[in-house]
Write a protein that binds this ligand. Structure first.
Ligand SMILES: Cc1ncc(COP(=O)(O)O)c(C=O)c1O
Length: 434
């Protein structure tokens, strides 16, 4: 099923090339223009239909245009769209987060995960009165100067030295970061012990990109940071309300001091949050900590009422009995189905992740950190992703996000497309071998 590219879409793509760097918003490649989404599917401007495993890069966990979310948003829009002042939905959303998320005693809203992570690192540094942050190689915490250290280094350095992943970052920032390999509890703990007097905080994706934590890894971080009173930050921008209602910290049974959230809590609108221990979060409260220790934090759209209404309605759906069972059942069927096909094909590829979020990694053997993941065949990955798109699957470069709205017809379609892609790869290998 080849994708038809109509004139209207082509004209938009041409216009995008003229006015946007690289012809895109910087996210998905600028070779498609999406017109609408409904449930677990999206349509491009040319009318091609896709099963959507991109989900807007994660927020649309209960599907596009969910009636509860639409109703809540439309109701709020009638009364105004932003006030800068407290609003009912934002307050209730904060209360829902406090009720759900183990570490959350207080919540501060911002508009993006990048902001949430930058503030979480800052508040940890301020609380502890130390400058350095320990992060993990390959860990994604948005686009701040600090987060872009050793996110995807082409030439990884020696631990714990940071490698900047973007030009334009002051050299001094490199010296403020300590980099450790994910899933190595011994190395992480020893770096924390060695540098404890300089470390303001440790930030980690509890599930790094697609890599589940090995048993004991998060606990080792918890123990080592607790020993020195160093705030441990879980970046739950992806995992919050996705792995379970209480996020990855509930799913893996390790409670950090602070966490960040985004994506799902905004229900498809720009909203993110920092949440955590009362004594740390009180640095955002001048009345509690006084002028000297107060950490100023302002954002025009923080706690936006439309976004908060959408987020609250989304959480309402996720709170219903069986919501996560459905997502996990869908994801498990996909993961098992793809795994079986890959095993039968003999291709050097495997499925990694958990049912709400996984992908195929084009490498065999144990993949547990950034460096082992580097062994994956990037060309094969591109070929498969191209075939998926041609077959009517929309996904990011390295993620299948599962939605509560995906139905068995979506799974069946996706598995058929994966099988065709595997067959095409096998045919290509046969031709190459001749
Ligand atoms: C783990 C993680 N942290 C932070 C971010 C940044 O969030 P945003 O894109 O809202 O700035 C992302 C975005 O994908 C993420 O996956």
């Amino acid at each position: 099923m080849a994708r038809v590219h109509g004139d209207e879409e082509q004209q938009l793509l041409d216009l995008a090339q003229r006015v946007l760097p690289g012809g895109s918003f910087g996210n998905l490649a600028g070779d498609i223009v999406i017109r609408e989404g409904r449930g677990g599917r999206v349509w491009d401007v040319s009318g091609n239909e896709y099963v959507d495993f991109l989900l807007g890069s994660g927020p649309m966990f209960i599907g596009h245009c969910h009636p509860d979310v639409m109703a809540a948003v439309q109701e709020q829009i009638k009364h105004g769209t932003t006030f800068f002042a407290n609003n009912e939905h934002g307050i209730k959303l904060a209360a829902a987060i406090v009720d759900a998320v183990p570490c959350a005693q207080k919540v501060r809203f911002v508009s993006s995960g990048t902001e949430a992570d930058a503030y979480a690192m800052r508040v940890a540094r301020a609380f502890r009165g130390r400058d350095k942050i320990l992060k993990f190689e390959g860990g994604y915490h948005g686009m701040s100067d600090y987060s872009l250290m050793s996110l995807a280094p082409k030439r990884p350095g020696n631990f714990p030295q940071a490698v900047p992943d973007s030009p334009g970052i002051p050299r001094s920032v490199r010296d403020e970061m300590i980099i450790a390999p994910f899933n190595d509890p011994v190395m992480a703990a020893s770096l924390i012990h060695e540098h404890h007097d300089e470390i303001g905080g440790v930030i980690v994706e509890p599930f790094q990109r697609l890599l589940p934590p090995k048993p004991g890894f998060l606990k080792a971080l918890r123990d080592a940071t607790a020993e020195h009173g160093i705030p441990l930050i879980f970046d739950e921008v992806v995992t919050g309300f996705r792995f379970s209602y209480g996020g990855a910290q509930e799913f893996y049974g390790v409670t950090p001091d602070l966490c960040t959230m985004g994506k799902i809590i905004g229900g498809g609108f720009p909203l993110a949050a920092i949440a955590g221990r009362e004594d740390i979060m009180s640095l955002f409260d001048r009345g509690k900590v006084g002028d000297e220790r107060f950490l100023t934090q302002i954002g025009t759209l923080s706690g936006n009422p439309v976004a908060a209404a959408a987020g609250l309605a989304t959480l309402g759906v996720l709170k219903q009995p069986g919501a996560y069972d459905k997502v996990f059942a869908t994801g498990t069927e996909m993961m098992n189905g793809i795994t079986k096909m890959l095993e039968k094909s003999g291709l050097p590829a495997q499925v990694i992740g958990v049912p709400p979020l996984f992908d195929i990694i084009y490498a065999s053997g144990d993949i547990h950190d950034y460096r082992s993941w580097q062994r994956a065949d990037a060309d094969m990955s591109r070929r498969f992703n191209r075939r998926f798109r041609e077959g009517g699957i929309l996904k990011g470069e390295s993620k299948f996000y599962i939605s509560h709205a995906h139905e068995s017809a979506d799974v069946k379609h996706a598995l058929d497309v994966v099988q065709s892609a595997i067959d095409a790869e096998a045919a290509q290998s046969r031709v190459a071998a001749q």
